[in-house]
Design a protein around this ligand. Sequence first.
Ligand code: CFM
Length: 529
Amino acid sequence: MSIDANAVVLERYNAKVFKNRKEHMLKVNPAEDQMIIANTRAIPGIMTNRGCCYAGCKGVVLGPIKDMVLITHGPVGCGFYSWGTRRNKAKAEGDTPNYIQYCFSTDMQEPDIVFGGTKKLKKAIDEIMELMHPKTIMIAATCPVGLIGDDIQAVAAEAEKEYGIRCVAYSCEGYKGVSQSAGHHIANNGLMKRVIGTGSYEPATKYSVNILGEYNIGGDGWEQERILRKIGYEVVSVFTGDGEVERIASSHKANLNLVQCHRSINYIAEMMKTKYGVDWLKVNFIGLEGTIESLRNMAAYFGDPELAQRTEQVIAEELAEVQDQVASYKARLNGKTAALFVGGSRSHHYQGLLQDLGIKTVLAGYEFGHRDDYEGREVIPNIKDDADSKNIEHITVEKDDKKYHAYLTQEQYDKLAAEIPLEKYHGMMRDMDEGTYVVDDLNMYEAEKFMEILKPDMFFSGIKDKYALQKAGTLSRQLHSYDYSGPYAGFKGAAKFGYDLCMGYFTPAWHMVTPPWKNCATLQGTVGE
Ligand code: CFM
């Protein structure tokens, strides 16, 4: 009989923690309708890998937009530690300004906490207007701002009047919600209310798409755009990697939304469908199989035989370029096992790429995914709203008669929806084998314990646990920053990923180092009475 790794991991906990953590773990059994608890508060005292609401709003969704100034209103640390730490690349091109290398903070001090920080925020806007004169300024609030009640909305409205710019303030204080996921939602709401639908850019072709939930980490977005343009698509906007305000403002004019990261942007995808009639298609440009399937689904959506033919031609060309390389990496990596623990979508997306390389996933989890990211979108109506999620504004939008344009007839839509993932996401669990493990909000102790039991050959996660895993002699790759490599998307990205894994896995470094405890006596001691 095979052991139940979850039971072994849970043994260590006291009754209260046991009861809580048990609901966040399961062993996959496709014969059962399995449910997992997710998007709930972390247990105080347990070191979670999650980030805060501000991180999700400022760092993740808004941060990559390059032609606007994003001010962190709060003590300087929040701005400083979210400065340049995510690898959302952006090009400085043409007349479009690129501000993402800057860090703007109001640097609140004790007197501002006591007497209010709005004056300082106003002054920061004045300085920015004088020095940089951007067309758009956004403001992201950190914890103390909400606690003292600074009216950042009023400051933003005043700046709009005074300077004739777009100025949007986000009350995304770190403590709102249970993770960065809350910040994604707040940022989605703000973009929907204040930006999308206001632009005047006109797409040049009917094969016009937006890529939603693609943040251009390590250049992933550029690689996707390259392939799409080669086929003949026009990418109207990207949310938000290397993104531009004007393009995002005009995104409602595209004919199809592609959703890469469902977790961070599904709200906008849904709202754009209701308000502007733009359908959304779940895609995954990570992995050869995923990329090919996504491209074919897109061609099926537009239903043009010429486009379909061009799609096949590009797939063949791109495959031919990387095929031998990928096959040689696969020959070396075949049969290896992997564990993945990333934010809210990559633990799923990378399983396909690993499979392309012959690597089997034995454990996967999200830091802050919701039940739908694990189980599929159809569970959304059954997810109970708790006090924490009620804290986040849910906006409802209505059909905009003037700007509404549906590319398909209802009949065409219904027919296609049965074939391709239109407004559907089936979640991570359904792609996992029987007997593999799914763990939500994995903590450091659990990561080490699962490593001990499952002994994966490689562990994909982030900087917070990278070195603990690596010191245990397991190949550890960061799937947030790609360990400063990438792009990993598309065909060429798959080859690059295989190369990096081979380099990591077969490095002789592990055999060259003699750990100090092998050469000298280990100190031993006991705790005195
Ligand atoms: Fe989406 Fe992301 Fe992710 Fe995410 Fe993130 Fe990221 Fe991530 Mo780090 S938006 S959920 S909040 S794919 S920053 S680009 S890698 S945790 S799995």
